[in-house]
Structure formats: C-alpha cells, structure tokens
Write a protein that binds this ligand. Structure first.
Ligand SMILES: Cc1ncc(COP(=O)(O)O)c(C=O)c1O
Length: 446
C-alpha cells in the first residue's frame, strides 16, 4: 500500500527548502524532539485536512479500503474530536428525517459524548449498564425496549469500553435498523478489531458511524484517530469534513498524519499475521492469571482487565505492585487494573505480566464492592446547565446541586453525574468511592 503523506514529507525534508512558513521551529532537527523535519503546515502539495483532495485524501482512501468503509476520515485530535463530529452528523440526520432531537445512549459514555451532546442541544436518554458504571454491555433487548414508540436520531454505544466489555453490535444494529435510528459506536479502544482473524470491527458488525482512536491500539502517534462511515451512511459521509472542521484546529499535526499514513502500510502488510500470533499469547496469559486466583473482566482480545480483590488487592494496589516490577498499566481503580497489550510490546510481555501477578503473595479477600449506580434525575436541560453560571465545590457539598459539567479523571472519563442532573446520595457515594474530589455545579439563585 502506498504512503503518500510519508513520501511527501520525506521529499520535503530532503529538499533543503527555506521554510518561510509555520511552524516556528523551521524544521531544524534536534531542537525539540528530533521529528521537526516532518512537522509542516499546509504548503503547496501537502493538501489540507478539511478540504482534502490530494495526498491526505489518497491516504484516507487507503485507510477506508483497509477498514472496509464507505469513507474514512483522519483526525489528529483523537476520538474526542470524532465524537463531536459524529454527534453533529446525527443532528443533521434527525433534522433531515423528522426524527427526535434526542439520542439513546448507554451510560458508560466518555465525557466528550456528554458535553458534545449538551453543546449541540441534543437530548440524551440513558440505558444504564448492567455491571458497574465503567462497563455497559447493554443488550439489544434493553435497547429495543427503550426505542419502542420513539424516533431517536441515534443509539450511541461504547464498545469496547474501558474495561474491555463489548456489546452485541450486530444485534443492536438490527434493532436500530428496524427503528430507523442510526447506530453510532465509540470504538476508541477497538481500531485493531478489524485485523483479527475474525473481523470484530463495529462497522463490519453493523454500526453506521464509528470513531477509532488509532493511537490507542495501533502503531500511531497520540491524537491519531479515524472517523468511519459504513456503506449505508454514504449521504452522511458527505458532511464529515465539515463536521470535523467545526470542532478541530486549523493546524492539524502532520506528524500525526504521517503516522496514520505509515500505519496503513503496516496494517496492509504484517499486522494481521502479527495479531494472529499474538492474541493466543494474551489468551494464555489470561488463563494463567485466572488460575492464580484473579477474576478477569471483559472479552477484548488485547486487553487484560484484572479484578484482584479476591486475591487481597485493590486495583490501585495491584497497579503499584506491577510498577515496582517494571510494568505500567493503563488504568486502575479500586476494583480493576487494565493492561493493554499489543504485538509492539513483544511476545514476552504477556508472560512478564503473568509472572508479576502470580508472584504476588495472596492476601485476605477484600469484600468491599462498588456502589450500584442508580438513575439520576434530570433537573435542567443539559445545554442550559452547561452554559449556566457555575462554581466548583467539594463533591461532599454537592448534594442536591445540579451538575453543570462533569469533572472526572481521565482515564476513564466516565461521568457520575452529567450536565443538568441532580447530585443525589448515590452520586456522593460514587464520588467518594472513585475519589472524585470536586464537582462543577450550577450556581444557586440567591
Ligand atoms: C471510551 C473512550 N472514548 C473516547 C475517548 C477519547 O479518545 P481520545 O483520547 O482519542 O480523544 C476515550 C479516551 O480515553 C475513551 O476511553
């Protein structure tokens, strides 16, 4: 597969041109990070991300053919950027098809979904996760029931979620098609699913639009992401560049574009075979870890989510023990430690993780469980709350106050209360459990 962005940048770096253009480092190597030569702006021949018709468009077409989509668009600002564009597109869909100005979403959504929907004035109705607030493998049946008699613009799911839980996308897609609602999928954690021996990518399983953080699971620089449109969503794909330009910087990073471009060549060549060899090593590691007395969560092939309380550790304690043994996880909370693996770690990495976990002395089981999440009351429309005068207060003082915008740590950035919701006793319990110290709330009318 050709790599037109890489080729252009290589040629320009060697050209010796006097760079009388941005950026200010002028491509002088070494001053910052060594990659300055390739960090350019939209000079002639370099194309322009939101009006792409040259090397960027060609590279995006390559990505589209790899992912089997109608169209794939690059972002250099992560899935967060793509989620905003995806919701704007859903808004256009609702207006063009006389649907409700509302989205049905599973509650374990990333905070970008919450704030973007609020800013766009899209109402959200929630389906609550079956498990914890972090993982929401809501089933097709629950979504079907929630769609009954309604004309939501879209259904929004996060699959895989932060813990590696996955939805039955094919079944949810069938329910959405029957109803006429779009199926939008936050696939930030699952770009690689396309390249497994069995294709598990959301677009292949029936999602209409989805975002992938290429940088989370593929060899791509941080910020690199895809916004994919399935074949059935051709009319909406026509709005994608405009949608992305509404929310993105006018200076997208060519370093990130280069990495997305070079990833195409890797994905077209050895990556699939590497994954096919690597996933069984992760499977074997999961078996070893489970037989050492750890509970595991989720079924994402490259993620190992360990629930260590039965073995006497909180997730955070386990993360610290691993750090002491030279292993850094992606996320830990009281119940989980999330390890993200990839062929780029090398084939010894799963074994190294096993050895670290198995070597930890068993301790008395920790019995404390996370609070069950109860539905929250919407006291103000989300947009009104987000735009209202607000203040930040210690979470324990937020009882009875209306959330203006969610303050949550990243990762996993899943809000306890969302814009316009009333902070209730259950929210205080969750803040306390997850260590969320402050809340941004709407000012009281004195
Ligand atoms: C489920 C989920 N969606 C979206 C995002 C945002 O992705 P990005 O960091 O690429 O903007 C994240 C980030 O961690 C995430 O976990």
């Amino acid at each position: 597969m050709n790599t037109p962005i890489c080729d252009f940048l290589d040629k320009y770096a060697l050209s010796g041109a006097e760079r009388l253009h941005m950026p200010g480092h002028k491509g002088v190597p070494g001053a910052l990070c060594g990659a300055e030569r390739f960090d350019i702006t939209e000079i002639p021949g370099a194309d322009s991300l939101y009006e792409a018709c040259g090397i960027i468009a060609e590279s995006e077409k390559n990505a589209s053919s790899l992912f089997g989509t109608e169209a794939t668009f690059y972002s250099t600002e992560g899935s967060s950027h793509c989620i905003r564009a995806m919701l704007y597109t859903a808004l256009l869909y609702s207006r063009g098809n006389a649907r409700e100005n509302a989205i049905l979403a599973v509650r374990n959504a990333h905070r970008t979904f919450v704030t973007a929907a609020a800013l766009l004035g899209l109402d959200t109705e929630w389906v609550y996760p079956r498990d914890t607030m972090l993982s929401g493998t809501a089933g097709a049946e629950e979504i079907k029931n929630a769609l009954e008699g309604r004309r939501f613009a879209a259904v929004y799911i996060t699959s895989p979620d932060y813990l590696g839980g996955r939805c039955d996308i094919a079944a949810i897609s069938a329910v959405c098609r029957e109803n006429g609602a779009l199926l939008l999928c936050d696939n930030a954690h699952g770009a690689y699913l396309k390249f497994l021996p069995r294709d598990l990518h959301p677009v292949a399983l029936g999602a209409d639009i989805c975002c992938d953080s290429a940088h989370k699971t593929l060899p791509v620089l941080t910020g690199g992401a895809y916004l994919h449109f399935a074949h059935g969503a051709r009319a909406l794909a026509a709005h994608a560049r405009n949608a992305l330009s509404l929310f993105g910087s006018t200076s997208p990073s060519y370093l990130i574009l280069r990495s997305l471009d070079s990833a195409n060549a890797l994905l077209a060549e050895g990556f699939k075979a590497e994954l096919a060899r690597f996933v069984p090593l992760v499977d074997a590691a999961k078996e070893t870890i489970a037989s050492a007395g750890y509970a595991l969560y989720g079924d994402e092939p490259l993620k190992i989510t360990v629930m260590p309380k039965a073995r006497g550790y909180t997730g955070k304690e386990l993360a610290r023990e691993c750090e002491n043994r030279g292993i850094v996880c992606d996320f830990a909370d009281p119940d989980h430690a999330v390890f993200m693996l990839s062929p780029a770690n090398g084939e010894l990495a799963p074994q190294k993780l096993c050895e670290a976990l198995v070597s930890l002395p068993r301790r008395a089981e920790i019995k404390k469980r996370p609070p069950v999440v109860t539905p929250k009351k919407q006291a103000l429309p989300a947009r009104e709350a987000l735009l209202a005068p607000c203040e930040t207060v210690p979470s324990r003082e937020a009882l009875g106050r209306v959330c203006a915008s969610p303050l949550v740590g990243c990762p996993p950035a899943i809000p306890v209360v969302t814009c316009g919701e009333l902070t209730d006793e259950n929210a205080l319990e969750l803040f306390d459990y997850y260590g969320i110290g402050n809340c941004r709330v709407v000012l009281k009318n004195e």
